[in-house]
Design a protein around this ligand. Structure first.
Ligand SMILES: *Cc1c(COP(=O)(O)O)cnc(C)c1O
Length: 405
């Protein structure tokens, strides 16, 4: 299939290019010292990811430890209530640890093991990436240092406890605003000092090459399973697919199964409280081209070109940029990026819980809200939504701030 001059039959061979660019987005913008470490990871990944042993081990882990394949569920009651469009969800909430993040963390830490590393290093904001990393490190018996700002440590006590129980070392970052940005800097610094013994694991399709490529590849399983399962269930492809976009990992993996199909694809960003800078995290919609955290993409910046403050009711979506592949797919017009605000998200959170018995993560509820909107405008057809995670982590927050609806 060709779309705006891009041949999607050969898309995965050509994008990213050998330097990690999707069109003009991506690349690697780091210090020479860190570049050495990135080159080592790139070389190792391109060798190891083709080895039969690595592929077989990852397959076995997905099946026996993560519980894959995750099913697709037909949202029958909700669909009937809305009209003739049939809604379906891909159940990444049923992946071990309750979200899609473990798909790439198991891949990254398995790669670290094959590279002979003793330790993995990562940062975390809300703690979801930290918990998935701590889980993977425990499974493989590697040391795990998770950098986290003091403010986030106080806010995310249950996830901090989970990481500690899993044996990870939570390193408190006490300077600056003591949140995610400082944690990223501190983790990168620690890694640059010790990259012979350790590997840095990024939590989404972000950062310098090869991470946007590698994380997408490890999430590809979601799109492959979903396509096959949907055709098995219904005899055809869905008319549209939807996923939420923070950094963009669950969307990248899910979309990758359908890029070469006649399927409309929607990536949903958080509009938060509204379109004013600081009130949302809809970087692809309101941002512009720039460089941060080692890569070129579309991003939200302040007047000094620094990452702008962002906000969303979903802590997993409040990042001031999105992966370079999303910037590219938007520019090519292959994926349409749209927004959903906090209120619509909370409505969808309760709607899915009440109508279907599935409590979604607030992140995933953005995609559900958009799927419901689509169903109301399409008239007929089918929509497959990626339910990136479960909402157990969000229940206290929702009740405290919104009450029971
Ligand atoms: C972290 C997270 C996200 C956002 O990350 P992406 O890289 O954009 O997928 C979405 N949903 C859930 C459940 C998450 O934990």
């Amino acid at each position: 299939m060709t779309h705006n001059g891009i041949n999607f039959d050969t898309y995965f061979k050509n994008y990213p290019d050998p330097k990690g660019y999707f069109g003009k987005y991506g690349g690697s913008y780091v210090s020479p010292e860190l570049q050495k470490a990135m080159d080592e990871i790139t070389d190792a990944y391109f060798t190891i990811c083709k080895s039969r042993k690595f592929i077989a081990e990852l397959r076995r882990i997905r099946k026996e430890f993560q519980g894959r394949p995750t099913p697709i569920s037909h949202l029958e009651r909700l669909s009937n209530k809305l009209g003739d469009v049939q809604l379906y969800v891909k159940r990444e909430d049923l992946n071990h640890t309750g979200a899609h993040k473990l798909n790439h963390c198991m891949g990254e830490v398995l790669l670290a093991k094959y590279m002979g590393k003793k330790k993995v290093i990562a940062e975390t904001g809300a703690g979801q990436h930290g918990v998935a990393m701590a889980t993977a490190a425990a499974y493989f018996g590697l040391e795990c240092d998770i950098y986290m700002g003091s403010v986030d440590i106080k806010k995310q006590a249950p996830n901090v406890a989970r990481m500690k129980i899993l044996g990870a070392n939570v390193v408190e970052v006490t300077h600056g605003l003591q949140t995610l940005k400082e944690a990223v800097d501190a983790a990168f610094e620690a890694y640059a000092k010790d990259y012979e013994n350790s590997m840095y694991c990024i939590g989404s399709v972000l950062g310098p090459h090869p991470f946007p490529l590698m994380v997408r590849d490890f999430q590809h399983v979601v799109g492959i399973e979903a396509r096959e399962q949907f055709i098995d269930m219904t005899g055809e492809l869905p008319d549209a697919i939807v996923a939420c976009v923070g950094g963009g990992s669950n969307a990248a993996g899910f979309f990758s199964g359908f890029l070469n199909d006649p399927v409309d694809i929607y990536g949903i960003e958080p509009l938060g409280r509204g379109p004013k800078l600081g009130d949302h995290a809809a970087s692809l919609k309101y941002g512009k081209e720039g460089i941060m955290h080692g890569f070129n993409s579309i991003m939200l910046t302040d007047e000094n070109g620094e990452p702008a403050p962002v906000y969303s009711v979903a802590s997993g979506l409040d990042y001031p940029s999105s992966g370079p592949e999303h910037a590219f797919l938007q520019e090519m017009g292959r994926v349409k990026y749209d927004v959903i605000n906090d209120e619509e998200t909370i409505d969808a959170f309760f709607e899915l819980s009440r109508m279907e018995g599935i409590i979604p993560a607030i992140e995933s509820a953005h995609a559900v809200a958009y799927g419901i909107k689509l169903a109301k405008t399409m008239g007929k057809g089918s929509v497959l939504i990626n339910l990136s995670g479960r909402g157990d982590k969000d229940m206290d927050y929702v009740i405290e701030n919104y009450g029971i609806r």
